[in-house]
Design a protein around this ligand. Structure first.
Ligand code: T1G
Length: 716
């Protein structure tokens, strides 16, 4: 069955894209061939005075190139040819003598947006599902079908660079303001308006698309080579600050855009294809594509074995603890239309929590990520209480109180009798075993962990922790609700520190030991930044709270013994009472606003060797911290805490900052080679007995020359 159908309405050819048997429209090789045939047919049909390009899908117009195809590319030359053929196809579309109107409803992404850019007029529906973006750099590639050339000419250089370098989603209203689309209409009239426009364009009663006026400042900077060189230099600087050079795609995109300006469009198209070719077969692109498919697969994973029961929809959420995490969870819940009851011990604390919710919403309003109406609707849904009133209606209750088992037991005893039988009771603990928390519950089968990461409204991961007693319907309800909150959700089995906190602690502990041995704080953080972590381990300790790190360290030391014993440095700094950024006193200096400064030299008085630091090679620092994390991740998989390497990789990348361009701990082992990883662990274990004992799973893999993933597979 063809993906394209043509219907003729009074001389206007309505071309509808609808890939049979596919949930989304994507540009496959077959669709490219169909497009070429249709363009030829239209060019040869004198009865056709205009064209409307529309979708037959509910939520996608065209989601770009078929990413599966990338996995089949064998060489940069193959990829370059794919890009060139895409450019040629859209050049044919653009050169059609009859006007082509893009009637955009749903996702219009990557090659999909490039297709719309080659049309002569664009109308978008004002539906929330209508999103326009160029997400290529998130896949480690660049737009390869003319986007780097057509977009700047349509909306201006700076706006185009912003869309290409950030992959930012643009919705209807903003797209109209920036000239990305010509009109915005209600979905119900999109087709009829598009036909009318095609007719008036054909009749010459309306101009084909011309770039929208840009402000004087933009013209000043963009319409002369000197101004543009400033724009390009700034863009490169911005990319290097953000990526430290680990992601070549954004820099390549700037190259392609600049070539088009400096040497003309044809040279720009060539540069685009050349760069696309190199990137599409790169390791970075392969790992980022893996993460796309892994997170997409997790969208469909209900979290319980099939046949999984249906989740209960959470209309009312109870949150116990109005502190940073509790208020954070409430702030994202109200934005999804959930009525929230936020409980704390006194009105001052409750008021503080409600104010924190309002701050998050206000920030989003300011950034136009929320409309005024959405802001008001969300704020109304947040209610505070000091007596659990309204909790009886909640389908889900999440406790986010201080990490103390007896306090959590008290909360369970207080709230559980108020809940209806089917309610799910979740803990936001980051370390305490759920089984221990549930031991005082009347219905331990309704208890699980929902481990959010700070700041809740920014961190994409939710780790759901289940015990052998947890009911499947409780699990699927928590997982489905996590997705409603926009989170990528992994489900792990209960154990101290679960997956994320445990692997992160092994990594942080090793950083602490390097401090014990005399390494400087700067050297440790610099080494892991160079490896690709967003912040260094010592900075991260200041961020999450040195006191929290201390508590976690104790719990895991209790559970796993010497291998997880906290470093002397951490122990002493915790005892000193320093808490990090929140207390404006940590390993680094902080000003009154909490802005991080240089290392606080007085902290060295607390750690072994004092201010006498010694040189430890960056490679050794990296090796020890990363292998400590990777080895612990492998232990979590062999012990069954993790359900799959996929969950481990997604959990590490989206939860604890493992560099996305490396794919995750298990992808990293496959890339380096498990034999080498085991060798290095054994050598380190020789130096530090008991700390780097390779996980049995890694030893078995090395012995069997096994990998965690097929060599060039789609991944999970
Ligand atoms: N290629 C291949 N498969 C795709 C796909 C794509 N572009 N988009 C979606 N799918 C699959 C997905 O794997 C899943 O498969 C199913 O469709 C439903 O997706 C030349 C080179 C469109 C917003 O990066 O962002 O164009 O699991 O569960 O939540 O310059 O998918 O059912 O087997 O995510 O409604 C750029 C990626 C490509 C868009 C829909 N395009 N897709 O979200 O459904 S590069 C993208 C999305 C490019 C050009 C370059 C989302 C979506 P399965 P889903 P959803």
């Amino acid at each position: 069955m063809p993906a394209l159908t043509i219907e003729h309405v009074g001389g206007i050819a309505i071309v509808t894209i609808d890939l049979p048997g596919e949930p989304v429209n994507k540009v496959t090789a077959a669709l490219r061939a169909e497009f070429a045939a249709v363009f030829q047919q239209i060019a040869g049909d004198a009865t056709v005075r205009g064209v409307v390009l529309a979708t037959g899908k509910a939520d996608t117009w065209l989601a770009g190139a078929d990413i599966d195809e990338f996995l089949t590319l064998q060489s940069a030359a193959d990829a370059r040819a794919l890009s060139r053929s895409g450019q040629a196809l859209l050049a044919r579309l653009e050169s059609l003598t009859v006007p082509v109107v893009a009637a955009i409803h749903g996702a219009c992404l990557g090659g999909g947006l490039e297709t719309a850019l080659a049309c002569h007029y664009r109308i978008a529906s004002d539906h929330p599902k209508t999103v326009l973006a160029l997400p290529e750099v998130q896949l480690g590639i660049i737009p390869g079908a003319g986007g780097t050339q057509r977009l700047p000419r349509l909306i201006g250089l700076q706006r185009a660079l912003d869309l290409i370098l950030t992959s930012r989603n643009v919705r209807g209203k903003r797209a109209l303001q920036m000239g990305l689309v010509d009109e915005l209409v209600h979905p119900a009239i999109l087709r009829s308006v598009a036909i009318e426009r095609a007719n008036s364009l054909a009749a010459g009663a309306r101009e084909r698309r011309s770039p929208k006026g840009r402000g004087a400042a933009a013209l000043l900077l963009e319409d002369n080579p000197i101004g543009r060189s400033v724009v390009f230099r700034k863009a490169r600087q911005g990319v290097m600050e953000k990526t430290s050079g680990h992601y070549p795609a954004p820099l390549a995109a700037i190259e392609a855009v600049q070539t088009g300006y400096d040497r003309g469009a044809e040279a720009g198209y060539r540069e685009e294809s050349h760069r696309f070719g190199e990137l599409a077969v790169s390791d970075v692109a392969r790992e980022l594509t893996f993460l796309f498919f892994a997170t997409t697969a997790l969208k469909k994973d209900p979290g319980a074995p099939s046949p999984a029961p249906d989740p209960v929809t959470v209309e009312t959420l109870g949150v116990v603890g109005a502190g940073f995490m509790g208020a954070g969870i409430a702030s994202i819940a109200v934005q999804q239309g959930t009525a929230v009851r936020l409980k704390d011990t006194d009105t001052r604390r409750v008021a503080h929590g409600l104010a924190a919710i309002s701050d998050v919403l206000r920030e989003r309003l300011k950034k136009k990520q929320l409309t005024r109406l959405q802001f008001d609707d969300a704020l109304i849904l947040a209610g505070g209480t000091t007596d659990y009133s309204g909790f009886g209606k909640a389908e889900l209750v999440i406790e986010a109180v201080f990490e103390d088992l007896s306090l959590k037991h008290r909360i369970i005893r207080e709230v559980e009798p108020l809940l209806h039988e089917g309610a799910v009771l979740a803990s936001n603990t980051s370390t305490l075993p759920i089984g221990r928390i549930a031991e005082v519950a009347q219905r331990p089968n309704r208890v699980l962990g929902m481990h959010f990461f700070s700041p809740v409204h920014k961190m994409p991961l939710l780790e759901v922790i289940v015990t052998p007693a947890t009911d499947a319907d409780a699990i699927v309800t928590a997982v489905a609700y996590g997705k409603t909150l926009g989170k990528t959700v992994i489900v792990v089995n209960d154990a101290p520190g679960f997956y994320t906190t445990r692997t992160l602690s092994a990594y942080m502990n090793e950083a602490g030991r390097l401090l014990d041995e005399g390494a400087s704080i700067e050297a440790i953080d610099r080494a892991l930044l160079a490896f690709g972590f967003p912040v260094g381990p010592i900075t991260l300790l200041d961020e999450v709270g040195i006191d929290v790190g201390g508590k976690v360290g104790e719990t895991l030391f209790g559970a796993f013994g010497a291998r997880m014993s906290p470093s002397e440095s951490l122990r002493r700094v915790v005892e000193s009472g320093r808490t990090g950024r929140k207390g404006r006193l940590g390993f680094y200096r902080y000003d009154a606003e909490g802005t991080k400064g240089d290392v606080d030299p007085s902290v060295y008085e607390l750690v072994p060797h004092g201010a006498q630091r010694r040189e430890i090679e960056g490679d050794e620092i990296t090796q020890r911290c990363v292998l400590a994390m990777v080895n612990e991740a492998a232990r979590c998989l062999e012990e069954g805490v993790l359900r799959s390497p996929r969950d481990g990789d997604v959990g590490a990348v989206f939860g604890i900052g493992f560099p996305p361009f490396r794919g995750g701990p298990f992808r990293y082992v496959d890339a380096v080679g498990v034999e080498q990883v085991v060798d290095e662990l054994e050598q380190l274990n020789g130096r530090f007995p008991g700390r780097f004992e390779p996980a049995d799973l890694l030893v078995d893999h090395a012995r069997g020359r096994a990998r965690f993933y097929p060599p060039r597979g789609k991944g999970p």
